[in-house]
Structure formats: structure tokens, C-alpha cells
Design a protein around this ligand. Structure first.
Ligand code: 5GP
Ligand code: MG
Ligand code: MG
Length: 187
């Protein structure tokens, strides 16, 4: 098995650019949920780096405000998509999404919304668990690829129709630990 990365990468969104935007998102989310309890629901595995930085950005906003707070809880779900060239992909929940979310404010934390099928499936599934509210925060959005209409409340960056890796996103399970978003050359 190869241990080298298959393609060289070029930076699309730098580390400082990511961190600045995540700081802004954290402040916005903090303001919107102040004095409430919020479940951050991370979608494994791609969102983990974003999730961790966003959670800290929400805390920093709280620290600066001094008087207000948001109580954060962490939950995770894992979804898989099955691709078949003749059909739209089918999404399945393989982990998480328990009754725990009942009557809670839930914020889904996603790495990227592409066709919208994954998020659409997850939102429909969550409705069966009777949360108080469900909103969505995605680091990246590729609106040009949308097949299913989904409401996204917080967007880090809109990107063009290009395959990206890094900061949680993989190509064949590699590149997830890059601290920036990159485009693979010659993919
Ligand atoms: P959707 O269901 O919206 O089409 O796709 C969502 C999932 O597809 C993402 O969570 C991610 O796993 C994968 N995906 C979509 N676009 C990209 C991309 O540009 N790079 C990577 N690494 N994964 C992507
Ligand atoms: Mg994802
Ligand atoms: Mg992947």
C-alpha cells in the first residue's frame, strides 16, 4: 500500500484565512444562541478539524462578551453514501443521531455541501428525533453542484466546482490533516 500522497496540492484557502473566517462564524453563532444550550452535531469524518476550531471560536466569543454564555454539547453522526452510476447516491446513517437530540437546539457542523443529498438525508432523519430547532453550519459550499435544495444557515466559504482536500477533507483517506484547503493537481 502506498504511503505517499498521490498528487501534489495547491492552496485554495490558507490557514489564516480559514481561522479568521471561523472566528467570525463563532461570534455569529454565539450571538444567535446566547444564553441557550446548543448541541454541536459534527458529521464524521470530514468536519472534525472545523468542528474543533469552531467550538473554540464560540468559546472565545463568550470569553470576550464576559456576561453572556452558550452551553455547548458535542454529538457526532457518521453517514455513508453509496454511488451507482445509474442512480443518485443513497445516503445511510451508520453511527449516532440518538434520542439525545430530542427538544434540543441542534447545529449540524459539515465540511462541505455539494449535491446537498447528505445534508438533506440528515435533516430529514433529525426531524424524526424531535429536536427543538435544527440549523446547519458548513465550512464550504459548492452551490453550482446542488441537486437537492437544502437550507444552510452559516457558510464559511463558497467555492467553485472543484474537488478540494485538507482541513478534514480527504482523497482516499489522505490529506485530512492539512491545516488549509487545497486543490489536487492532475486529479
Ligand atoms: P453531497 O451529499 O452534498 O453531494 O456531498 C457531501 C459529501 O461529499 C461531503 O461531506 C464530502 O464527504 C464529499 N465531498 C463533496 N465534495 C467534495 C470535495 O470537493 N472534496 C472532498 N474531499 N469531499 C467532497
Ligand atoms: Mg461531510
Ligand atoms: Mg470523503
Amino acid at each position: 500500500m502506498s504511503v505517499t500522497k498521490p498528487f501534489p496540492e495547491s492552496v485554495l484557502i490558507s490557514e489564516s484565512c480559514l481561522q479568521n473566517r471561523i472566528r467570525e462564524l463563532g461570534t455569529q453563532i454565539f450571538t444567535d444562541y446566547e444564553n441557550q444550550e446548543l448541541v454541536l452535531l459534527g458529521v464524521l469524518r470530514g468536519s472534525v478539524l472545523f468542528f474543533a476550531d469552531l467550538a473554540r471560536a464560540i468559546f472565545k466569543a463568550q470569553h470576550e462578551s464576559q456576561t453572556r454564555e452558550v452551553t455547548l454539547r458535542f454529538e457526532f453522526v457518521q453517514l455513508v453514501s453509496y454511488h451507482d452510476s445509474t442512480q443518485p447516491s443513497t445516503v445511510q446513517l451508520i453511527r449516532g443521531g440518538s434520542d439525545y437530540l430530542k427538544q434540543r437546539h441542534v447545529l449540524i457542523v459539515e465540511d462541505i455541501v455539494d449535491t446537498g443529498r447528505t445534508l438533506n438525508f440528515l435533516c430529514e432523519h433529525l426531524q424524526t428525533l424531535n429536536p427543538k430547532t435544527v440549523k446547519v453550519c458548513t465550512l464550504l459550499d459548492k452551490p453550482s453542484q446542488r441537486q437537492v435544495s437544502v437550507a444552510v444557515d452559516y457558510i464559511g466559504f463558497e467555492i467553485p466546482d472543484t474537488f478540494v482536500v485538507g482541513y478534514g477533507l480527504d482523497y482516499a483517506q489522505q490529506y485530512r490533516n492539512l491545516p488549509y484547503i487545497a486543490v489536487l493537481e492532475s486529479i
